[in-house]
Design a protein around this ligand. Structure first.
Ligand code: PLP
Length: 358
């Protein structure tokens, strides 16, 4: 396997790839329903929730951005934006006919409890949206602190969190933080092929959805819940991916969540210390750097295209900077199945490239 140090889609283990090749069975059968029920239940610890349901849908994570705004917004909402993906969620809201207010920060600034509390004071927002781990900038927002502030200042506002590039690579604590929606995609830290989205939803959010008209059909939380309680989905599920998910949840439980988080943290520490020691910068400020992806500032002005080719010849891939950050930054994903040893091989290769092209 040639390691992909990109922030998704990431390498998938052979065992999980194999699980997808299982023969199809009708989805409305006790065999499949058991697999589906177990996937919901076994995914809950990854979200840090004991009792909240996890909807599993055939879509990528952006589908759940759409589901959140369609199901939970009949009045006002607030988008917290400090990167490309929080901006996308804002656009998803706008294109669904919602009129989101925006709390827009510099991309190198975290969304903090103070700025959010200030913004929502005296407002009646149905939801606020926040991205836990901004994959474009390698910045981890302090969602727990923000959620505590929202619960205090605007207790009726539902808190919706995108954990697309953090869930299962960093602690996500739905119950402890008191948040209402946490969504993720399969192709990041979960180390599954793309195509599934998982979304944990609170009772409060389900109650709100019941009051929101025109939630659509495919992503209607109430319709999904009706089918989930009979261990199924309204439409045909992506069965091969569900087989893969079931296998990967087993593997994650075997590794142990704490071990998994520690492995991601160790890879981040190795990468980020290396970057600073070599004279590169890190785009995200200290204290808010992501455990799953590092956005490195190209302060040494190396030829990033040539670096990409050099790594490819050695069977490795990194990611370029996202959008406007292309050229100025490059990204090293350290998520999923990767280990510190893999990261060491990559960093040594980058050192070699820098040395040879000096
Ligand atoms: N949110 C974040 C933080 C992401 O990194 C991404 C994709 O990279 C998305 C949302 C969109 O997810 P998807 O491509 O699964 O729709």
């Amino acid at each position: 396997m040639s390691p992909m140090f990109v922030p998704g889609p990431v390498d998938v283990s052979e065992e999980v790839l194999q699980a997808q090749t299982q023969a199809m069975i009708p989805h409305r059968t006790p065999e499949f329903e058991e697999i589906f029920r177990n996937a919901d239940i076994n995914a809950r610890p990854l979200f840090g929730t004991k009792d909240n349901r996890v909807f599993i849908t055939a879509s990528s994570g952006t589908g759940m951005h759409e589901a959140t705004v369609r199901n939970l917004v009949s009045g006002k909402m607030l988008s917290c934006v400090n990167g490309a993906f929080s901006n996308r969620w804002h656009q998803v809201a706008e294109t669904n006919g919602k009129q989101p207010d925006i709390l827009e920060l510099d991309w190198q600034q975290p969304v903090t409890a103070e700025v959010v509390a200030d913004k929502i004071k005296g407002q009646q927002y149905d939801i606020i949206t926040i991205v836990h781990n901004e994959t474009s900038t390698g910045l981890l927002n302090p969602v727990g602190e923000v959620a505590a502030a929202v619960r205090e200042v605007a207790p009726d506002t539902l808190i919706c969190v995108d954990a697309v590039s953090s869930l299962s690579g960093a602690p996500v604590k739905m119950d402890e933080w008191g948040v209402d929606v946490i969504l993720t995609s399969s192709q990041k830290c979960l180390a599954l092929p793309p195509g599934l989205s998982l979304c944990a939803v609170s009772e409060r959010a389900m109650a709100k959805a019941a009051d929101v008209p025109q939630r659509g059909w495919y992503f209607d939380f109430l319709r999904m819940e009706k089918h989930r309680t009979t261990n199924s989905t309204p439409a045909t599920p992506a069965m091969s991916l569900v087989f893969a998910l079931a296998k990967q949840l087993e593997r994650i439980a075997q590794e142990g969540l704490e071990n998994r988080f520690a492995r991601h943290a160790a890879m981040a520490e190795r990468t980020q210390k290396w970057a600073l020691a070599r004279g590169f910068g890190l785009y995200a400020p200290e204290g808010y750097r992501s455990p799953t992806v590092s956005t490195v500032e190209n302060t040494l002005d190396i030829d990033l295209k040539a670096l990409g080719n050099f790594l490819l010849e050695r069977d490795m891939r990194i990611a370029s900077g996202y959008g406007a950050l292309k050229g100025r930054t490059f990204r090293i994903g350290h998520m999923g199945e990767l280990t510190v040893d893999d990261v060491d091989v990559l960093l040594a290769a980058i050192d070699q490239f820098v040395e040879e092209t000096k």
